[in-house]
Ligand binder design. Structure first.
Ligand code: TLP
Length: 341
């Protein structure tokens, strides 16, 4: 049975072209740096975000944690937003893997105030303080927003002034680029390292990239091995990733348009409160009390009709559009939603 899956953009299936490229991929042992397809993916990835080098890693979580580990020393403090993926959805990995503590800041729909970032940097002259080792930003933000480049530039400048590197969780950097109308390079230039995913809206089955200077990537390569992420004949996966970067980045605007359409239609339903200020990418967030439709009733009704959604998180529903969801699918979803009222 075909499902319309709005749980995330991680649920997309590889395209026919990807499956063919995977079957035919030339491969080698990537731990020896011998896999020509991985090498090609890494070169393309570095070029697309304007960095010297890139490294293929198993997932976005892996890429973020690898960068935290590579930038910091045990006991360091990392400054980042309280609602970012590294804090909320990475199982506390930064404490386990890098042994760092997270100093969370309030965000405005994902955007940090540069003044707050600067104020959170620990002075170096007090024996009690941890060392501030890293600042992390996220773009596009998981709250559904694209963070403006000037905000990121201001944070990068503060990092430079204090000798603190900036890592960007750019899981959806190409969505952010579309939303902001800029090249992904411009966004990535606001960070020393960037992680971005092939397996979100870009439809590749597995994988993320970490990009930065050659020197940073060489240290990250060793740390990737330490973390168990040396992947041998990974060209099978990289082949899909190349198509993800070359082709699928060009169609993300369709997912954004579909999300805007879905949001507009949902907002017309009494009792549904769409988060209109967080509609920059392919995500629609809304609140709806149980008196309108109880949570489990909506989930069950959708599932019975071939639509998958996640339950409420932090008081909000999230519907995510992706390459496998058409405009007709959205009309179908809206019709099922209304009949559930
Ligand atoms: N996000 C997933 C869930 O983990 C919440 C989703 O469905 O949105 N950074 C950001 C901003 C992300 O949204 C995600 C995945 C990751 C990192 C982690 O990527 P993976 O799932 O590849 O580890």
């Amino acid at each position: 049975m075909r499902y319309i899956d709005l749980r995330s953009d991680t649920v997309t299936m590889p395209t026919e072209e990807m499956r063919k490229a995977m079957a035919e991929a030339e491969v080698g042992d990537d731990v020896y740096e011998d896999d020509p397809t991985v090498n090609r993916l890494q070169e393309l990835a570095a070029e697309m975000v304007g960095k010297e080098a890139a490294l293929f890693v198993p997932s976005g979580t892996f890429g973020n944690q690898l960068c935290v580990l590579t930038h910091t020393r045990r006991g360091d403090e990392v400054i980042l937003g309280e609602d970012c993926h590294i804090v909320l959805h990475e199982v506390g990995g930064a404490a386990v893997i890098a042994g760092v503590q997270l100093r969370t800041l309030k965000s405005n729909n994902g955007m940090l105030d540069p003044a707050d970032v600067e104020a959170a940097i620990r002075p170096g002259d007090d024996i009690h303080y941890p060392h501030t080792g890293l600042i992390c930003v996220e773009n596009a933000h998981g709250l559904g927003t694209a963070i403006p480049v000037d905000n990121l530039q201001a944070i990068k400048k503060i990092g430079e002034e204090h000798g603190i590197p900036v890592h960007m969780d750019g899981a959806r950097i190409f969505n952010a680029a579309v939303a902001l109308g800029v090249d992904a390079k411009e966004i990535a230039a606001c960070a020393d390292s960037v992680q971005f995913c092939l397996s979100k809206g870009l439809a590749a089955p597995v994988g993320s990239l970490v990009a930065g200077t050659k020197e940073f990537i060489e240290i990250a390569r060793k740390n990737r091995k330490l973390m168990g992420g040396g992947m041998r004949q990974a060209g099978i996966l990289a082949a899909a990733g190349i198509i993800a970067l070359e082709k699928m980045t060009k169609r993300l605007h369709i997912d954004h348009e579909n999300a805007a359409y879905l949001a507009d239609q949902l907002s017309r339903i009494p009792g549904v409160y769409v988060k209109a200020d967080r509609l920059d990418i392919n995500m629609v967030f809304f609140e709806m009390g149980p008196e309108v439709i109880p949570e489990q009733k909506l989930i069950d009704h959708f599932l019975k009709n071939g639509v998958k959604i996640c339950g409420i998180e932090d008081g909000e529903w999230r519907f995510v559009t992706n390459v496998d969801v058409t405009r007709e699918d959205i009309d179908f979803v809206l019709a099922r939603f209304k009949e559930c009222l």
